[in-house]
Ligand binder design. Structure first.
Ligand code: A3D
Length: 314
């Protein structure tokens, strides 16, 4: 029996994610969106690629949640994407309302699922989905660090003209301008990055990583990145479905780890069949720790804005 994965939001990220997961062949996929006929059309198109790509997995589109019932994993990409000149904060309250409504349906139809949140602003949406779901923290977490790390690894591999496979790295913190690439833990074929590149070059790669989302938005003119994001989501979904126990950066609800309590922040986690099975605590220098705290403070500001809006709405 194949696993079942629902992807909510059939836009650029959701549809590309559905395509990647469907093509793996070991999970049936349900694609949900509010736009009439859109998820049905995209799913049928993907289903018809099966004979060519060699997958027997099913993929179905829907404007409701009945078809999604009993999903093992639900990926939430529903929301409004960031447009040029728009800050992540502008998206906050609209996407909060969208993700709250989506979560209610997901919990009703798939009470045992693992939710992977993707909608921006990521950390705040993970917090909102976690609180709205009532699920334990291992079953609600977010994708951002795998994407940020992929960008960082790409820039390092291109700079040194080496395989991306040999660049090991981890980006922590919130998915925003104050993310925390851990240069001290970055290695290339086991060699510390600091032995291979000057501080100036490292600083410029770190800055380009921080600006990575904006760089794509500026080039695309409309919409935001989706190829690398969907690859990152698929890696996390695979880690769950195949119980791989991968150590990856993920946005998790912290309960005192790293001195942060009651907030969703990007940290190293173990991902397997149980979802976010463990928060991995690594030692940080005072400077790295201060950067993580400052990143968490930015997330807290958004969480406070959401709490005020919810209180006002009664
Ligand atoms: P887009 O192509 O606009 O797709 C969003 C889809 O969500 C649209 O098809 C909408 O119709 C749909 N939608 C809106 N409201 C609902 C609802 N209530 N129920 C179901 N579907 C709904 O955007 P995108 O696919 O490019 O991006 C999706 C989200 O992911 C945005 O919030 C992005 O900012 C975010 N994103 C996050 C990352 C991270 O690394 C965290 C990366 C890329 C995109």
């Amino acid at each position: 029996m194949r696993s079942k994965v629902t992807v909510v939001g059939a836009g650029n990220v959701g549809a590309t994610t559905a395509q990647r997961i469907h093509q793996l062949g070991y999970a049936d996929v349900v694609l949900v969106d509010v736009v009439e006929d859109l998820p049905q059309g995209k799913s049928l198109d993907m289903l018809e690629s099966g004979p060519v790509t060699g997958t027997d997995a099913l993929i179905t589109g829907s404007n409701g949640y009945e078809e999604s019932a009993g999903s093992d994993v639900v990926v939430i990409t529903a929301g409004i994407a960031r447009r040029p000149g728009m800050s992540r904060d502008d998206l906050l309250l609209t996407n909060m309302r969208i993700t709250s409504a989506v979560t209610e349906e997901v919990v009703k139809h798939s009470p045992d699922c693992i939710i992977l949140a993707v909608t921006n602003p990521l950390d705040a949406m993970v917090q909102n989905i976690f609180q709205s779901s009532g699920f334990p923290r291992n079953r609600v977490f977010g994708m951002a660090g795998v994407l940020d790390t992929a960008r960082y690894r790409t820039f390092i591999a291109r700079e040194l003209n080496v395989s991306v496979d040999d660049v090991q790295a981890m980006v922590l913190g919130g998915h925003g301008d104050d993310m925390v690439p851990l240069v001290r833990y970055t290695t290339v074929g086991c060699i510390p990055l600091t032995e291979l590149l000057s501080q100036d070059r490292i600083d410029s790669i770190v800055q380009r990583t921080r600006d990575g989302g904006g760089e794509i938005v500026a080039l695309l003119k409309q919409g935001s990145a989706f190829y690398a994001p969907s690859a990152a989501i698929t890696q996390m979904v695979q880690a769950i479905l195949l119980d791989r126990k991968r150590i990856l950066p993920g946005c998790a609800y912290l309960e005192g780890e790293y001195g942060i309590d009651g907030l969703c922040v990007g940290v190293p986690v173990k991902i397997g069949g149980g979802g976010m099975e463990q928060v991995i605590e690594i030692s940080l220098t005072d400077e790295e720790h201060a950067a993580l705290r400052s990143s968490a403070a930015s997330v807290q500001e958004l969480v406070d804005v959401m709490a005020s809006a919810k209180a006002e709405a009664g």
